[in-house]
Structures are given as C-alpha cells and as structure tokens.
Design a protein around this ligand. Structure first.
Ligand code: NGQ
Ligand code: ZN
Length: 457
C-alpha cells in the first residue's frame, strides 16, 4: 500500500508554474502520487536537472491504429478520402489478435511518454473477435489496453465505446464494424467491469454510430458512475457527416448534440471540425473540451477547426494523437498554430496578447484542457494536483542557451528530436535519463506483431 504521508522533496532547476518558468523550484511529491507543495527558492531536495513541465494528456487515441500508420498512403481511385481510409482500417483490424492489440498499445504508449504525454484517453471500440462474437472474457481487449498502459506506465482513462449502427437513422452496421458492436446491457457490463480496475469514461462513438436512445442510455450510465465521469464523442469531423445529420434531423451535428444533451465540462467533443458561429459560441460557453487531433485531421483531410475565434470566446481544448500517425504532443501544438498561419498568412496567431509566448499558451491550455477531458486532477504544477511531470533536458541542442519561456518556444517550434529526458506519472518515474525499463520487452513484442501483420495482410 502506498502511504499518503511519505513525501519526497525535489529541487528542480526550473519549472513551468502557471504561465511562468520559475528557477530553482521545490517540488514535494507525496507517495499517493500528488504534489504536496510547490516552493520558490528551493532549499534541500533531490535535484531534477532541467525544466519540469506538466505532462500532457492525450485526449484521443485509437491505439491499434499505430500499427497501420503508413498503410493507407497510396493514391486511390479519384476522390480518395476519409471513407476509403476507413475501409483500409476495417480490413486491417480484421486480422488483429488480443496479443497484437496489447503489443501495439504498449509501443504506442512508450513513444507517447518519450514525447511528453503522461496520460491517454483510449477511445476503445474494438471489443469482439473478428467474426463479431464476444471473447470468452467480454472485456478481453479492454484488459489488454489496460495491461499495455500498466506496462508502459502511462496514465489511462479507458473509454469503452458504444457502437450500434452503420449511419444516422438506424442504418445497419457493415460487416467491418462487427468487432465494435455491443448491446447497451453488454456495454454497461463492460464499463462496470473495467471501472473496478482503471479510470473509465463513457464514449458513444458518434451520432452516426448510436441512436438518440443509445446516447441517452450512455449519458445515464455516465451519471451512474459519478457526476464527473468523462463523456467523449466523435463529432462533425467530415462534411459528409454534417450533410447526413442535416438530412436525418434538420440540424448540424454539434447543434443537434447541444440541443439534446446537457453538454458541460465533463464532455470532450472530438474534432468538432465543421461548426458554424453559433455552434462554436455555444460549445465554448459549455465548458466542454474540443478534442483537437491536428495531425490525424490533416492526414484524413478532415478540414480546419476554427481555433482562433473559439479561443477568443473562451473555448477550451486538448490535443489527441487519434490515429497515431504522430505520437508527439509537440507536433500537434506546432501544427495547431501553423495551420492557422497558413490560413491567415500571418504569424503568432493563436495567442494575441502582445509579447506573449504562443508555445506557453498552447502548452498550458492543452495541459489543463487535456486533464479535464480525462477526469484527471492534473495538468498544472500546483499543490493537490497529480504529479504527471515531464522533464526537458535544457542541454539538448534544441534548447541549449534558452531560458525562461523561450525554452518552450524552442521546444514547440524547433527541431524534431525530443528533449524529454525524464517522465513521472502519478508520482512515479517511468522514464529516467531517456531510459524505460520495459522498452526492450515492449519493442520486441511490437516487432513480432508487425512482422506477423505484414504476413497476414
Ligand atoms: C475511428 N477515427 O473511430 O477510428 C474514427 C474513424 C469513424 C477518426 N474519426 C471511424 N479519426 O469515424 O467512423
Ligand atoms: Zn477517433
């Protein structure tokens, strides 16, 4: 049993506290994984060399897709698009075994830690065997994801997904979707089973994949688990989805959701790419998190989320690796800014207070928003928060000679090799000096799976 009254005192060269980089900071970490105290002018304590920043929560991941990165990058017939990518994805997962799922997720989570993510919301919809039958243990694949997170030392909020139909208005699922399907009863049983082991949230896949009744039952299930249970949903990612929703209901997806559910700070709306001004303002006012997955949205040709006006309206966001074509939160943040620069032909656009650091602003917002979306009391270096911490090597070529928030400007906007040297999740070091104790085992299992898949596909 971990005792709450044991404290380890650290002395960091520097730490990001609020929006400021403060030098010589004392960090007291309780053995229950929480931060007991943050003190300027640290005295004694074990030295942490470098800059300590809050770890980022990855608000949206489909772990298995890490193993298909690069497999859908050949030109298709005219009008190649998201929906053809999805067919490739369905074919890919037809051959995936429980061992594969665990091996891929462990490798993914390890890479994510190495780039500065400290927790993940795993949007997990792969429940059944390839023929659609339940596994002997219906929670088999959820347990594999949880085991992978435990092996990697990644903080986890597991989001078992409810998936019921092939499209708006009760369209039957296609054969490629049978691994996803659960009845509401089986879904509730799965969520309850997993809730005894790990932090869970609720995830109706999308308005395409659940009926209004299914959505209400999922929300009721979230309520029954506690008033702060996260609820995540894919929404308005593709224009075809907006058109289909309009045809089905007369409303746009986000508008429909806001009209039919009490969307509040428990909610994370994944993508929400295609929103009009009214939807945007209502979403910002709701306190919900926009789950932005910039690199995947670019890869899939989704469209551009209206980030600048949304932020001006007080909207909150987190970043997600989604299809895992990138496992770096820095790449997400960099491209959140770059896409708007390309769009507006201007510079430093997501933060407009003169002289303010764009990187610091993006990083602190994403850390806070991500923690909120995962229902994790983290995302800031402050007393009472969980110690999910990332230590940057300030001697790394990307950061050398920089001080204060200029270190963060350099981290977000320069270079490609990661200056992340140490990572602490929930008060425990999982990466030290760039080394992870499980890395050889995780890498070997992943390589085995990738070789097997290359033969099977
Ligand atoms: C997913 N991914 O569930 O993996 C989806 C694709 C769908 C993204 N939307 C499938 N990025 O939305 O139907
Ligand atoms: Zn997704």
């Amino acid at each position: 049993m971990r005792r709450t009254d044991e404290i380890v005192a650290y002395r960091a060269d520097a730490a990001l506290v609020g929006d400021e980089v403060v030098e010589n900071v004392g960090l007291d970490i309780r053995s229950d994984g929480s931060i007991a105290a943050v003190r300027p002018n640290a005295g004694a304590g074990e030295r942490i060399a470098g800059l300590v920043v809050p770890g980022l929560a990855n608000v949206h991941s489909h772990a298995f897709q890490r193993a298909m990165a690069g497999l859908a990058e050949r030109a298709g017939p005219e009008g190649d698009n998201f929906w053809r990518w999805r067919e490739v994805m369905y074919r890919f997962l037809a051959v995936l075994t429980p061992d594969d799922v665990q091996a891929i997720a462990a490798q993914l989570y390890l890479e994510c830690l190495q780039h500065g993510y400290t927790a993940v919301a795993e949007f997990h919809y792969l429940h059944n065997a390839p023929d659609g039958a339940a596994y002997t243990d219906p929670a088999e694949l959820s347990r594999r994801v949880a085991a992978a997170a435990a092996q990697a030392g990644m903080g986890l909020t597991l989001l078992p997904v409810l998936y019921r139909q092939g499209g708006f208005g009760g369209q039957p699922p296609v054969p490629g979707q049978r691994r996803f399907l659960l009845t509401p009863d089986r879904y509730a049983a799965l969520v309850q089973t997993m809730a005894s082991d790990v932090a869970v949230g609720i995830a109706p896949h999308s308005l395409r994949a659940v009926t209004p009744d299914d959505l209400q039952s999922a929300i009721a299930l979230a309520d029954s688990l506690g008033s702060d249970t996260p609820i995540h949903i894919h929404i308005a990612e593709q224009t075809a989805e907006v058109a289909d929703c309009l045809a089905w209901s007369g409303a746009r997806p986000v508008q429909w959701l806001l009209d039919h559910a009490a969307v509040d700070r428990r909610w994370c709306l994944i993508h929400a790419t295609h929103i009009d001004n009214t939807e945007r303002a209502r979403m910002a006012a709701s306190g919900a998190i926009a789950g932005l997955c910039q690199t995947t949205e670019a890869n899939l040709g989704d469209g551009i989320f209206p980030l600048r006006p949304y932020l001006a309206e007080g909207g909150r966001f987190g970043v997600g690796s989604d299809s895992n074509v990138s496992t770096s939160p820095i790449e997400e943040l960099r491209w959140l800014e770059y896409v708007r620069r390309l769009e507006s032909r201007a510079r430093n656009v997501t933060e407009t207070r003169q002289g303010a650091s764009v990187a610091t602003s993006l990083l602190t917002r994403a850390a806070r928003g991500g923690a909120q979306a995962l229902g994790r009391h983290a995302g800031e270096i402050a007393p009472g928060r969980r110690a999910d911490l990332v230590v940057l090597n300030t001697e790394h070529p990307a950061l050398a000679g920089r001080r204060g928030t200029a270190l963060l400007d350099a981290w977000v906007f320069s270079g490609n090799s990661t200056p992340v040297r140490d990572v602490m999740v929930d008060g425990r070091w999982v990466l030290r000096d760039g080394l992870h104790a499980q890395s050889p085992a995780i890498g070997a299992a992943f390589a085995r799976t990738m070789r097997r898949l290359a033969d099977a596909l």
